[in-house]
Design a protein around this ligand. Structure first.
Ligand SMILES: *Cc1c(COP(=O)(O)O)cnc(C)c1O
Length: 330
């Protein structure tokens, strides 16, 4: 006999404020000449200036606490939002936090890195490794000190993290008539957001197009991002006991907006940040949400997206890193 996990039975740490609001971007829609654009404000999840990782970390920390862990280890880029939110959650819940950040210690500490330090995280610089390649060695060192560390993968994208976004899709369905949406756009990188929303879409039998805008060029261990999302979605279905199996071709990932690569702000991203700030008073982040919004703007302007439809932009957070890019704006 097999026992399956259901969302409501999973242990959960309360880290954020939900549901996050949905609002129309009337000025932006008018500026672009349609479509009607709604925004889901996951930049307002509340934990340490918000972001999509709060949803993943609620389930991940729920499990870590259930297992009696006294510390967590995770990894990311120097300006990782996932690491900042993990550090804050660990502080709130009284766990030691170890962050493996790509690169070397910069001369100037700002944005998310400054916040990581404020939350008391231990930082390990891992040079060209920004996706958790060195986690096992830090884990071993902590175990040798009689600690009981819990490993959170890069981006918080495992089955538990994806469950946060299955939940998010259900939350959305209670807030609006999702049958009238033609598209949902969001920034997709480590895949947990994407996999979770795909499953929610299936569970709701929804017809909107779920479009992940690919952020990162660098594929992990020769595995394409599409394959990664597909694999995580199937693993999560199995974990939840759902009789769903996706094919890689069902993952919609738009890879035309990679720009200068991960974390490189270009004119499209800068324009999107300025446009949202000027028209709506809303902040986007330079790495993820500005790239996804730039894609949405381009799809409207090129005519690829029908201007008579209603679409939703899922704001996944990230604004603290904006400050570390201030000198890139003219
Ligand atoms: C991590 C992150 C994403 C991407 O989410 P994944 O689940 O890793 O694909 C998008 N936007 C922001 C602001 C993020 O921090």
């Amino acid at each position: 006999m097999t026992f399956h996990n259901t969302l409501s039975d999973l242990p959960k740490a309360e880290l954020g404020f939900f549901p996050t609001p949905i609002m129309p971007l009337k000025n932006l829609s008018r500026h672009l000449g349609g479509p009607e654009i709604l925004i889901k404000r996951d930049d307002l999840t509340g934990l340490a200036l918000g972001g999509n990782k709060t949803r993943k970390l609620e389930f991940i920390f729920g499990e870590a606490i259930k297992k009696g862990s006294d510390s967590v280890i995770t990894a990311g880029a120097q300006q990782s939002n996932h690491c900042r939110q993990t550090a804050a959650a660990a502080a709130q819940l009284g766990l030691e936090c170890h962050l493996l950040l790509g690169g070397i210690q910069p001369a100037q500490i700002n944005g998310n890195l400054f916040l990581d330090k404020l939350f008391g995280a231990h930082i390990h610089w891992t040079k060209e490794h920004r996706k958790g390649e060195d986690i096992p060695s830090v884990q071993e060192a902590l175990v040798a000190q009689d600690k009981n560390p819990y490993v959170i993968p890069y981006g918080g994208s495992n089955e538990l993290g994806a469950c946060g976004f299955v939940n998010a899709g259900m939350e959305l369905s209670e807030q609006l008539d999702y049958h009238s949406l033609s598209h949902i756009f969001f920034a997709s990188s480590s895949g947990g957001t994407h996999a979770g929303l795909m499953i929610a879409k299936s569970m709701l039998n929804a017809s909107f197009n779920l479009v992940g805008v690919q952020i990162d060029k660098d594929e992990l261990e020769g595995c394409s991002f599409k394959a990664q999302v597909n694999e995580l979605a199937n693993r999560t279905c199995h974990f939840l006991g759902l009789d769903i199996c996706y094919e890689e071709g069902e993952v919609v990932l738009d890879n035309r907006y990679l720009g200068g690569g991960y974390g490189v702000i270009g004119t499209a991203e800068q324009h999107a940040i300025e446009l949202l700030a000027h028209t709506e008073g809303i902040l986007l982040d330079p790495v993820y949400t500005a790239r996804a919004m730039a894609a949405l703007i381009d799809l409207v302007q090129s005519g690829e997206l029908d201007k008579t439809k209603q679409v939703l932009f899922w704001h996944t957070g990230g604004s603290p890193s904006l400050f570390s890019y201030a000198n890139k704006f003219d």
